[in-house]
Design a protein around this ligand. Structure first.
Ligand SMILES: Nc1nc2c(ncn2[C@@H]2O[C@H](COP(=O)(O)OP(=O)(O)O)[C@@H](O)[C@H]2O)c(=O)[nH]1
Ligand SMILES: [Mg+2]
Length: 193
């Protein structure tokens, strides 16, 4: 798949800003600081589309990118970041809850996992909320340059065996799996069209 056109279409801070249209959606989720913005920027070949930051927890809206005028990449707020207020974290929780209640036409959910850490409690909590919806799920192991090849193999096997999830490593330093992931997204869009 070639991404030829990308627009930040909507930044949703509140329930009423959540998009309810019939366009297909590819959802990106993962812990804060997992490398989600970096990953989205790389897929779209844009340097500063999604904000990257070494400060975790900056994105507290749901961001919709309209791709090729056809479907959305949906960037969900990162979970598992402790340094926001209880009130704010509750607001974000409700926003995400509402998002999954109302959403139509999910083509694919991409769950980003730091390859050094694997699944953490907050990932599992999130996964448990969406697993019964029968979404097509792809796991991407980010920052794969930070661990050895054997460790990486270990992680992918574990995700497959324990959670029945297909996992692909990704690193910004050698974005070689980028095209495999883009193809996977393209297929998911076709299958669910
Ligand atoms: N070594 C390495 N660092 C990465 C990679 N991807 C992201 N990072 C770094 O991880 C930090 C968080 O990245 P960011 O994309 O902002 O994460 P987000 O909070 O999930 O959106 C930044 O300092 C990035 O430069 C990667 O593939 N390899
Ligand atoms: Mg980010």
């Amino acid at each position: 798949m070639n991404i030829t056109d990308v627009k930040l279409f909507r930044t949703a801070f509140q329930k009423k800003e959540i998009i309810l249209d019939r366009k297909q959606k590819v959802i990106f989720m993962g812990r804060s600081n997992v490398g989600k913005s970096t990953f989205i920027n790389s897929l779209c070949d844009r340097k500063n589309l999604a904000r990257t930051s070494s400060k975790p927890g900056k994105t507290i809206s749901i961001n919709y990118y309209l791709i090729n005028e056809k479907f959305y990449f949906v960037d969900l707020p990162g979970h598992g970041y402790a340094k926001i207020s209880k009130r704010e974290s509750q607001r974000v929780k409700m926003l995400i809850y509402h998002f999954f209640e109302k959403i139509d036409r999910v083509a694919l959910v991409i769950i980003l996992i730091d390859s050094r850490r694997g699944f953490m409690n907050s990932d599992i909590e999130l996964l448990s909320k969406i697993i019964n919806k029968n979404y097509n799920i792809l796991t991407v192991l980010t920052k794969s340059d930070k661990i050895s090849y054997s460790h990486l193999l270990n992680q992918t096997t574990k995700l497959q065996e324990e959670f029945d999830l297909y996992a692909i490593p990704f690193s910004i330093k050698s974005a070689q799996n980028k095209y495999i992931i883009l193809d996977y997204i393209e297929k998911a869009l076709l299958i669910s069209a």
